[in-house]
Design a protein around this ligand. Structure first.
Ligand SMILES: *Cc1c(COP(=O)(O)O)cnc(C)c1O
Length: 379
């Protein structure tokens, strides 16, 4: 008998609706930013319960432009977490500012709000928390600290479209929240992102910075019959195309249904591992609705990389989210990063394995993942 097919780490949930939507754009004249982008911005802002959304080409770009539009740059420090994808820190550096890491809570992996204050200096201009795996940071605590010290708050909500905590959703207590529509995210158009915010001027500023700092996009000129545009800012080129937005629109209608499926899968995994002392999972406060972007297990003891490879031998594809940013070679060599600086982030970084986790994963396949984890850890 042949071995069963490996269980993929990620499978997207694109359907005929997305194919039709993209093809419909191809039959129009506007492939670049236009009505599909505007329609998705409106729908996305409405879904999140926030005033404004600006579609961009990545979450990294969204964070970069939010920092620029808020006047944060050279000589400024931005407090963030080392337990994230490198883009969280590189976006700060793209803006010309310096990321200052603060360790995470050992039980959630989220930035430890209680430790933020000790890292604030006269150069600190902003806090950039990450809602790790889809669990929101305590934004009420972060907001209080920011208010006390006159700081901006920009959320890396790449994992957290559906998340909520204490009745607060991404963007509602901060200056802005950035989302990713990268290939493996809960909403995807391959590559893409968005910034949401409450301040209309900030949204317009980011929109302008996303398109060379010029006053009118081709679509606006076409609609309004304007002849001339002007360049009023030094900007970048981060505007989303109608093709990407068309792919996102139908997915938004399924976003809560897909969350329900991942909630059921998370419960299945968590129940199955509850009696296994070697496995820790992210603690979820009762006042939070987890967006369940990733499902990582933290192996308390044993060689994580060996366990990862053994799972692959058992046909289970996994990932590591994340080895902490300050231990990446660039940060060690150029930015003084080293072991022992952020023990909780390093503990997770040495132990975490993300399991296959997506709406199209059926119960039977999830049980294969569970059996493989049990078998590997018993070996
Ligand atoms: C994916 C991801 C990003 C980067 O998103 P892009 O859209 O690829 O720029 C940033 N932060 C976190 C936490 C992510 O997971």
């Amino acid at each position: 008998m042949n071995a069963p097919e490996p269980v993929p780490f990620y499978v997207h949930d694109l359907t005929q609706a997305e194919k039709d939507a993209v093809c419909a754009v191809m039959d129009t004249r506007f492939l670049t930013t236009g009505s599909s982008v505007r329609a998705f911005e409106t729908a996305f802002a409405e879904y999140l319960g926030i005033e404004h959304a600006v579609c961009l080409t990545s979450c990294t770009g969204a964070m970069h432009l939010a920092l620029l539009a808020l006047g944060i740059g050279a000589g400024d420090e931005v407090i963030t977490t080392p337990m994230s994808f490198v883009a969280t820190a590189t976006a700060i550096m793209e803006a010309g500012a310096t990321p200052v890491f603060v360790d995470v809570e050992p039980t959630t992996g989220n930035i430890d709000a209680a430790a933020i204050e000790a890292a604030i200096t006269p150069r600190t201009k902003a806090i950039l928390p990450v809602h790790l795996y889809g669990l929101m940071v305590d934004m009420i605590a972060v907001r209080e600290i920011a208010d006390r010290h006159g700081l901006r708050v920009i959320e890396d909500a790449a994992h957290c479209v559906e998340g909520e905590r204490d009745g607060v959703r991404p963007g509602q207590l901060s200056d802005a929240a950035a989302f990713s529509f990268y290939a493996t995210k809960n909403l995807t158009c391959g590559e893409g992102g968005a910034l949401v915010c409450r301040d209309g001027e900030l949204a317009e500023h980011v929109r302008r910075l996303s398109h060379h700092g010029i006053t009118k996009l081709a679509f606006d000129r076409f609609q309004q019959g304007t002849i001339h545009w002007d360049m009023v800012d030094f900007g970048w080129k981060y505007n989303m195309s109608n093709l990407s937005a068309a792919m996102l629109l139908p997915q938004l209608e399924r976003v809560d249904r897909n969350l329900e499926r991942r909630q059921a899968l998370a419960q299945r995994y968590t129940r199955a591992f509850a009696d296994m002392d070697r496995i820790a999972v992210q603690h979820v406060p009762t006042n939070a609705r987890h967006a369940h972007h990733l499902y990582p297990i933290w192996i308390r003891d044993g060689d994580r990389d060996a366990i990862y490879l053994a799972l692959r031998e058992h046909g289970i594809e996994c990932a590591v989210n994340y080895r902490p940013i300050h231990l990446m070679s660039y940060f060690r060599e150029q930015r003084g990063g080293g072991e022992g600086q952020f023990p909780h982030a390093e503990w997770i970084g040495d132990r975490t394995i993300s399991l296959p986790f997506y709406p199209r994963l059926d119960d039977e396949t999830a049980d294969r993942v569970i059996d493989a984890v049990r078998n590997v850890l018993a070996e």
